[in-house]
Design a protein around this ligand. Structure first.
Ligand SMILES: *Cc1c(COP(=O)(O)O)cnc(C)c1O
Ligand SMILES: [Zn+2]
Length: 457
């Protein structure tokens, strides 16, 4: 398959081994590093202007033009159309959010929220899953698997039920939000509640997929990350193909941030954009591995010559000290992000920064998003809390154009939301700190006069 226009390549600068796109590897067999999908662009008829992708909306009766992922198919050209699996993903919305802008300290018209909650399974993961399932169907996979903090399993389960594949998911017992667990069960995934957290599930799934030859759709799957690039294409589309100054995204396993860096690097290489926006990746303070590696230990990608040993030792230190991540933002409750190498690369491409925000700040930011017409789950609001922090620190100026990615739907984690508003968080998930925007339900008698009085008070 090395005559194909797409191929897989090891990201390790000292290795760079290549493999065909019909192989399902998920790590370089020679050195163990992550793989990238690469293209021979000159052999692909990439539209000359980004607006040509947008024009496909006129032909949306074609499912591949309707899909907000496959509308950009020349930019992820690894799979013949007949294998593509689409559920109408990527019908998402970039909304100018002046109310939230005021909260974070940006001028009017300068903050946009990219709402990925309106994907078929309610999170951005569907962008990646349609790509991974297209690859899985191309290679004839029948059993797909993942470890998940919730949304990957919900998305996997949805696409597996649509593609008639067997879904196997590992979730940490008690570690996943109810909305997400409900989805995995309802879509028919075989769901294993592992006694451990996400990082444990991730370690086990790698071994089990190897032993049973299951098709793995965690974000170590490089095809999945190709689909997630389209979130950035749609951000540009929402801005009438202008490049924002900043893109801010929550960081968990770091697949999303990695794919954003790759998306912008490729668009620049293709001459489709003139400059690359800056990227901010926001950790929860309860799971701040990337923040520690970048800001305390000062690791930089350094064109591929980064000090991988620092990361290795950090992960080892976590094991030795029994350090465990803990945050209400369960989607980013991850302490050993598998895509950290690629994220460091994305930070280099985009002149990126990393910050951590507290759970209290995350929940306040989430409430603000809800108050101003969107709504999201806790992890998503880390991007908004991160924007506020970076503006306070003077890293982002009030007149800069900022896009925060809202990664998941508000209904994913109702327990966290009700916990914030009532002060009664789910067991083990109590958040310290003031709840500045709490909206407490009012108990009232089943009586008209009492209701009238209560409303007027
Ligand atoms: C998966 C997920 C994240 C984290 O994304 P990574 O690519 O793992 O960094 C953030 N928010 C939500 C809602 C998610 O589902
Ligand atoms: Zn390699």
């Amino acid at each position: 398959m090395n005559h194909d226009v797409a191929y897989q390549q090891c990201m390790n600068a000292g290795c760079r081994a290549t493999f065909g796109v019909t192989e399902s590897l998920f790590a370089c067999p020679k050195c163990g590093s992550l793989l990238d999908i690469r293209y021979e662009w000159e052999r692909i008829a990439v539209p000359k202007r980004l607006a040509d992708f947008g024009a496909r909306w006129a032909t949306r009766s074609n499912p591949l033009d309707f899909s907000g992922v496959w509308r950009f198919r020349e930019l992820l050209h690894f799979c013949p159309d007949r294998f593509k699996v689409t559920q109408g993903e990527g019908q998402t919305l970039l909304q100018c959010a002046d109310g939230v802008a005021q909260y974070v300290g940006l001028d009017k018209g300068r903050l946009h929220l990219q709402y990925e909650g309106c994907n078929p399974s309610g999170s951005f993961k569907d962008n990646g899953m349609t790509a991974a399932f297209s690859h899985a169907s191309m290679v004839g996979a029948s059993r797909v698997a993942c470890a998940s903090t919730g949304n990957t399993s919900a998305s996997l389960a949805l696409y597996a039920s649509a593609a008639h594949m067997e879904a196997i998911v590992f979730v940490g017992a008690g570690k996943i939000a109810f909305g997400k667990l409900a989805q995995a069960l309802d879509y028919g995934a075989r769901t294993f509640q592992v006694e451990g957290d996400f990082d444990d599930c991730m370690a086990r799934i790698k071994e089990v997929t190897e032993a049973l030859k299951l098709y793995l759709v965690n974000s170590v799957n490089p095809f999945r990350l190709e689909g997630q690039k389209t979130i950035m294409y749609r951000v540009l589309e929402g801005l009438n193909w202008q490049v924002p100054d900043w893109v801010i995204v929550p960081g968990g396993n770091l697949g999303n941030s990695s794919s954003f860096g790759k998306a912008f690097g490729e668009l620049k290489e293709l001459g489709l954009i003139e400059r690359i926006p800056r990227l901010a990746v926001v950790n929860s303070a309860g799971a701040p591995t990337l923040d520690r590696i970048v800001n305390e230990k000062q690791v930089r990608y350094n064109a591929g010559k980064f000090d991988a040993d620092v990361i290795y030792k950090d992960y080892e230190w976590q094991d030795q000290t029994h350090l465990r991540p803990h945050t209400i933002a369960s989607a980013i409750e991850i302490a050993k992000p598998v895509n950290i190498d690629k994220c460091l690369r994305a930070l280099e491409i985009c002149g990126g920064v990393v910050r951590s925000v507290s759970d209290a700040d995350i929940m306040d930011a989430k409430a603000q998003v809800g108050r101003h017409g969107l709504g999201c789950e806790p992890a998503s609001a880390a991007s908004v809390a991160g924007a506020k922090l970076l503006i306070q620190q003077g890293v982002i100026g009030p007149a800069e154009r900022v896009v925060c990615i809202l990664t998941g739907h508000a209904l994913k984690d109702p327990d966290a939301t009700v916990g914030y508003h009532t002060g009664k968080y789910p067991k083990g998930k109590a958040v310290k700190g003031k709840r500045h925007f709490s909206n407490v339900p009012v108990p009232v008698a089943n009586d008209t006069a009492a209701l009238v009085k209560a409303i007027q008070s």
